[in-house]
Ligand binder design. Structure first.
Ligand code: C2G
Length: 148
């Protein structure tokens, strides 16, 4: 592909709390589909709107995503409604999510392709939180993750 060709741009959205292999495998599959992957990371305020409580603050979740080899750019996700504007702004060719969102964003098909990829089984942020709670209940030493 000539160097001045437009990158095939993919955009995806999520909280990415307690970054785990399910997130990694989604981002890797998406990166393999194009030449630029943009991740819109849910802000702490938006997660409150989503009814989600995150373990890791937004700034740290962004830092982790930006360190991921598959991710080219991280932007904030502040609202449900920003997707259309983002797709136009970044000239995205593909909007993609895990298939727990199957069908939820088909309305974007007038702007770009829409793809739902199979979730990675047996791992989720919720399960990790429950595991950590059980470990703490068993007297495992806990330390402030954010302090590193
Ligand atoms: N995911 C996955 N496999 C898992 C867990 C998550 O493929 N085992 C995918 C999800 O399908 C999603 C992405 O990883 O596409 C991020 O997951 P979350 O952080 O849980 O994102 P969510 O809270 O679903 O926010 O506007 C869309 C929302 O912001 C999505």
């Amino acid at each position: 592909m000539s160097s001045d060709a437009k990158p095939y741009t993919i955009i995806t959205y999520g909280t990415f709390d307690l970054f785990h292999v399910g997130h990694v495998r989604l981002l890797r599959r998406l990166a393999d589909l194009g030449s630029k992957l943009i991740v819109a990371c849910s802000t702490d305020e938006f997660n409150t709107l989503k009814g989600k409580t995150t373990a890791i603050p937004y700034a740290h979740r962004v830092e982790v995503l930006e360190s991921c080899r598959y991710v080219d750019q991280v932007i904030p996700e502040n609202t449900w409604e920003q997707k259309r504007e983002d797709i136009v702004r970044f000239d995205a060719d593909l909007f993609a999510m895990g298939d727990d969102w199957e069908g939820k964003f088909d309305d974007l098909r007038d702007l770009c392709d829409v793809l739902y990829l199979p979730r990675t089984e047996n791992v989720s942020t919720t399960e990790l939180k429950q595991l950590i709670q059980r470990m703490r209940g068993n007297g495992s030493p806990s330390r402030n993750v954010a302090a590193g």
